[in-house]
Design a protein around this ligand. Structure first.
Ligand SMILES: Cc1cc2nc3c(=O)[nH]c(=O)nc-3n(C[C@H](O)[C@H](O)[C@H](O)COP(=O)(O)O)c2cc1C
Length: 392
């Protein structure tokens, strides 16, 4: 592990975030770090974990801690998977392959976004762990069908259908940083914004050496892989609705996980539509602002469908103790997004490995301090949460 990531320098995820901020141009760092509109949901996702406190059991010896978790018949060494993060290849050369490899080396899963800069076959080949494929319908049904078939052939073991992105959220930082001007190809429009790249030579060398602006090799249009600048309009023309689940199921013929659920009603709709699991998520506060945090929304969804299917959650997880709280409140597992994306931005694969290591050590220590020997023993008796959180 590189010296910069040594444990005395990078003690927690906030330290990794600071490293990413130093290496990345502002436009890329803010793309990872920012959220929609006033960023109230972005902040609430992380803050809400303060509302839950632990009720530890004293005088208990837990000589070995078992973090293994089974979801949809697959066993993961850790109770968290790496969330789909579009455009990761802008953070580091071949980033999706590095992230998948780091997840597999740690015995956990990686979820590849449709909006990846690397071919899905190369990402699957990079990891010895389980990989799931996240689908957007960008480019239309035929384009998505061909990507889903490729994902099946490559060995992805579950399909994640994200339902919270009928259009892109309003990410104000991206506007201020000149994202559209930089993508316009117009030198005059770009000029005021290129300075931030010149002051990040290590990122710039990697970016240019990796072929410059990435395309989307898993969104293959009749004209070829979708170009980077087309993604906004393409997302707006590709809304997933509940009517799409049946044909997606026919093409995929495997486990389907619906991501972006925030209410019990939508949890039931997903279950009735044939989903095998749901992820309670507000997309890391990047879509509709002023919705509930993932943690706050989860008990209602668990009450609605927890007996029928696994309920996972994401949003705001920066510490292993956050993961433990989510599991105590009924999650079958969680996704971490920015926690590993900061690692990618800071140092590529070793940065992701460091993020995973930090969370794993946190988890082991938190369980020992709680007086339990594994994630299977976590339940609501180990936390105090506000009474009104009980599901409806
Ligand atoms: C930079 C970035 C890009 C993302 N891209 C996608 C994506 O392509 N598809 C998707 O379903 N979710 C996407 N998400 C949402 C994540 O999968 C996840 O729900 C979210 O990051 C969880 O919150 P956290 O970052 O606080 O852990 C993205 C999130 C970030 C931060």
């Amino acid at each position: 592990m590189s010296d910069r990531l040594h444990s005395s320098r990078v003690v927690n995820i906030a330290d990794l975030r600071a490293c990413a901020r130093r290496r990345l141009p502002r436009v890329v760092f803010d793309y990872i770090d920012g959220g929609a509109d006033a960023e109230r949901t972005l902040r609430e996702n992380a803050r809400v974990f303060e509302d839950v406190t632990f009720r530890p059991r004293g005088a208990v010896s837990s000589p070995s801690i078992d973090l293994r978790t089974t979801i949809l018949g697959q066993t993961f060494e850790l109770p968290f998977l790496l969330a789909p993060i579009g455009s990761s290849r802008m953070f580091y050369p071949h980033a999706e392959e590095h992230a998948a490899r780091a997840a597999g080396d740690a015995g956990t899963g990686y979820i590849l976004s449709t909006l990846s800069g690397c071919r899905l076959e190369d990402v699957k080949a990079a990891t010895r762990g389980p990989a799931w494929y996240q689908v957007y319908l960008v480019g239309g049904r035929d384009v998505a069908t061909s990507a889903i078939r490729r994902a099946k052939a490559a060995g992805f073991s579950a399909l994640v259908v994200t339902v919270d992105t009928p259009v892109s959220g309003m990410r104000e930082r991206d506007h201020r940083n000149g994202t559209s001007a930089l993508l316009s190809g117009n030198p005059l429009a770009m000029a005021p914004h290129v300075g931030q790249m010149l002051t990040r030579p290590s990122w710039l060398a990697g970016f240019l050496g990796d072929g410059g602006l990435m395309q989307f090799p898993n969104v293959v249009l009749p004209s070829g892989p979708m170009k980077y600048e087309s993604v906004g309009p393409a997302l707006a023309q590709s809304v997933v609705t509940w009517h799409d689940l049946p044909w997606i199921r026919d093409v995929w013929n495997g486990p389907i996980v619906v991501k972006g659920i925030l209410t019990g009603d939508d949890g039931r709709r997903a279950a009735d539509g044939g989903a095998d699991a749901v992820i309670v998520s507000n997309h890391g506060g990047r879509q509709l602002d002023d919705v509930s945090s993932g943690l706050r929304a989860m008990p209602e969804v668990v009450t609605a469908v927890g007996a029928r299917m696994p309920v996972l959650m994401d949003g705001g997880i920066r510490r292993g103790s956050d993961i433990v709280k989510a599991l105590c409140l009924g999650a079958s597992g969680v996704l971490v997004g920015r926690a590993y994306a900061y690692g990618l931005g800071a140092a590529g694969g070793p940065g992701v490995a460091r993020a995973i290591e930090i969370l794993r050590a946190d988890l082991t220590r938190t369980l020992a301090l709680l007086g339990v020997s594994g994630v299977a023993a976590l339940d609501r008796s180990l936390v105090d949460a506000p009474a009104e959180w009980a599901g409806r």
